[in-house]
Structure formats: C-alpha cells, structure tokens
Design a protein around this ligand. Sequence first.
Ligand code: SF4
Length: 347
Amino acid sequence: MVQNRRALGLISGGLDSTLAARLLIEQGIEVRGIYFSTGFCITDSLKKRGVSDETSNLCSEALKVGEDLAFAVNIVDVSKEYLDVVTNPRWGYGKNANPCIDCRVMMFRKAKEMMEKVGADFVFSGEVIGQRPMTQHRPTLRQMEKQSGLDGYLLRPLSALKLAETEVERKGWVDRSKLKGFHGRTRRPQIELAKEFGLTKYPQPAGGCCFLTDPVYGRKFFDFIRNLPEGRKVTHEDFDLLTLGRHLRLSEKVKMIVGRNEGENNALENFASGRTMMMPVEIPGPTALIEGDLSRDELQFAAQIVARYSDADARDRVDVSCLRNGSEEQFTVEPLQPEQVAELILK
Ligand code: SF4
C-alpha cells in the first residue's frame, strides 16, 4: 500500500470525481477536495435565486462526497475571475457558450496553487478520456496539464491506464496497476465500480449542470455579447439574468425580459435597478424588465408585449405600469399579436 502521500482532487459532486477519490483512498492516499463555484452551475444558481425546489445542489453534493468519504472539501468561489474566462476564452467555445478548455485550465491552475498551500503531492480529477467532446480527448488532456503547470502531477485515476504514465505513478506515489482504463461515453464501468464500492446514491454527471452548455442559454449569451455597448463591463448579474424569462430583442440597443411564472416574476424584480420594469395593473400577467434607453414608441411597444402575456383577452385594452428612474407612468395598450412577439424571441 502507498503511504504518506496527499492528493488534492477536483470534486464536482458527481460520480466520476467521487470514484477517482475513492480509488486513491483505497491505496492509502490522503485525499483533500476542492469545489470551484463558477456562478454558472444550474442547480447552485437556481437555488440561490429561490426558483428551484431542489433540496440539494452540486456544491452541497461535493461537500457530501467529502463527508461520506471522510475528507475535507473546500468550496472556492471563482465567479469573479470566471467572467473573463467566459467572455474572452483563449481556446474558444464548445458547441454552445461553454469555454471548457479555459475553464478547466483555470481550475487546474488554482488547484496547483492550493496543492502547494496544503502540502499535497499531486492533483487528481475524475475526467474520463473520450467522455466529453471538448475537453476529454487525449491531446486536450495533455494541453490542460501543461497549461496549468501540473505536467506530470495531474492524475486521472479513472482513465490512467489509457494515458501516459505520470510522474506521480513513476515515482511510486500511486500504484498504477490499481487505477482504471475507462474511456468513451458509456458510463457502465463507472456504475459497476460504484456498485463494487457499495455506492448506491449519487447525482447525475456534472457536465449537465452548467448553464453554458445549454443551447438556449448559449443563444442568449451570444446575443448579449454581440450587443454589448463598447466599454460596458459585464457582471454576474448580466449572466444571471440570461437564466430568467423569455428574452426578446427589440433593437440592437434594447432587450426585454419577460417572466414566465411567478417565481421568475419575483426574481426579476430583484434586477429592476437601472432597468425599466413593466407589469399589468389590474389583471394577472408577467413582470418584464427592459434594458437600454427606450423611445416613447418603444415603451408603448414593450407595454403591448406585456399585455400579450397577461391574462387579458386579445381585444382588451390593458393598463400597463411602467417604472423607471424612480417614477411611474401607465400605458393603455392593445396586446401585440402572438406571431409578432414570436419573431422577437431569442430561442
Ligand atoms: S461544462 Fe461548464 S463547468 Fe464544465 S468545463 Fe465546461 S464550462 Fe467548465
């Protein structure tokens, strides 16, 4: 049994990183965990804004993995610096708005810093070669090792037998023969290994947790980036807003967000500062936020959109309240026709 070695693992709360940790613990290696909160995790973010009934999220799952396997997991908030990663990715985007290579490189760089701080000998992750299209090909895995400064000191216990030997194995800190050679998209070997370890309850793979891989989110994201006024700094609030409501592009400079249910209507009210907010006065209907400077005609048009999504009959005239810059006014409008609205929605 390998003795007296300490490893720092990226723990996502999913099955793969749990198994990777477990394989090392079986060898007598002391494991520590780290979970990076980017601000783009679906469960974490919905829960934070109170629009999810889920009792757990990945952050809490990561802590639970540590609790179950008896090691400490540090939650590290990287959301501020992540804004630059997501808007200027050196290695570009995947299929949607996901800058996976940059994201992983940033996480591994941070893990390296932390490895040194906590006196760990190496870093490990639950990556499986060939499992995900952008980040888990052999050349990309190598590139990430080099770019993060972890060359030779980044172990992927689940796929180690399919990868070149690392310094960690060469030095005998880890017994390579006890690692795995999983590869490809099938999750059967992981499920089998989980059974062997007696793990019966585990969350779904973590890849599906990121807003940035969602095609609808991606279209809103790129619309936002394309129409960003020069010199305007992005904030997490901008990206949080992309997760709420229907987004309608009224012009290059004006975008409208219309709540789809009570939870979203309430959440949108929290983002009203610096924006125009509209809602029907006497009948049930959505809360809408509008970004950008609007002309009178555009305000009127936006009010018609609010009326369209209200409970009013298509021929009713609807009073819509409009709050901006601390003052309120009302528009009385006819609802816009559904097909006119449909053309404006970013789908
Ligand atoms: S899916 Fe999201 S969190 Fe995962 S590597 Fe890609 S960008 Fe990062």
